[in-house]
Design a protein around this ligand. Structure first.
Ligand SMILES: CC(C)(COP(=O)(O)OP(=O)(O)OC[C@H]1O[C@@H](n2cnc3c(N)ncnc32)[C@H](O)[C@@H]1OP(=O)(O)O)[C@@H](O)C(=O)NCCC(=O)NCCS
Length: 164
């Protein structure tokens, strides 16, 4: 996944803009930057602003905090299919390419990858946007997360619904 972990930029989109259509003009802070897009085939499942309590002494956000947010965000789509309790069984590797700082706005995008017999796997991508430079995005990390539908005894149970 290393190649696509690059600086991304996106012009600020007016509230009235049609989803997926971004204005061609850049803000004064982003002269002549290419209008790269956030993933259009993924769903925004979480937006969150880290707080000072989520930092180390250098003002950078703990990786573990970001991982916890990925676990929460990743559960949104599987919850539609699981029809009840579920547990995280696996997360593939996290590689953090960019630090996250207090004041960044984090956006978590997700899409369904696979529904198995008892498990549901999603991809989650995390983008950071500085509060003072909104519309300029940096990809922080991505992961694939697998959740298992479980019964009242914590044992795997079949996923009741198939994808539409
Ligand atoms: C999740 C749990 C109930 C699964 O029980 P299990 O007996 O290991 O389940 P199985 O081996 O039958 O696997 C269940 C499903 O998980 C999938 N799975 C298991 N290990 C996996 C792995 N390492 N990666 C991806 N999928 C995995 C299996 O492929 C199977 O999916 P499928 O039915 O769609 O084919 C059990 O491992 C558990 O309770 N783990 C702790 C969960 C938890 O507490 N998470 C939070 C940690 S803080």
């Amino acid at each position: 996944m290393g190649d696509n972990l690059t600086k991304l930029t996106l012009p600020i989109v007016p509230m009235s803009a049609t989803p997926g259509s971004h204005p061609s003009t850049n803000s004064p802070d982003t002269p002549s930057l290419p209008a790269l897009q956030l993933p259009l085939d993924e769903e925004l499942v979480l937006k969150v602003i880290p707080m000072p309590r989520d930092c180390n002494q250098n003002g950078d956000i703990f990786g573990g905090w970001v991982m916890a947010q990925v676990d929460l965000a990743g559960a949104v789509i599987p919850a539609r299919y699981a029809g009840g309790r579920m547990a995280t069984v696996a997360v593939n590797e996290f590689i953090f390419k960019q630090p996250v700082r207090v004041g960044d706005i984090l956006s978590f995008y997700s899409k369904l990858v696979r529904i198995g017999r008892t498990s549901i796997t999603v991809k989650v991508e995390v983008y950071a946007e500085n509060f003072r430079a909104q519309g300029k995005y940096t990809k922080v990390t991505e992961a694939s997360v697998t959740y298992v539908a479980i019964d009242e005894n914590g044992k795997p149970r079949p996923v009741p619904r198939l994808p539409e």
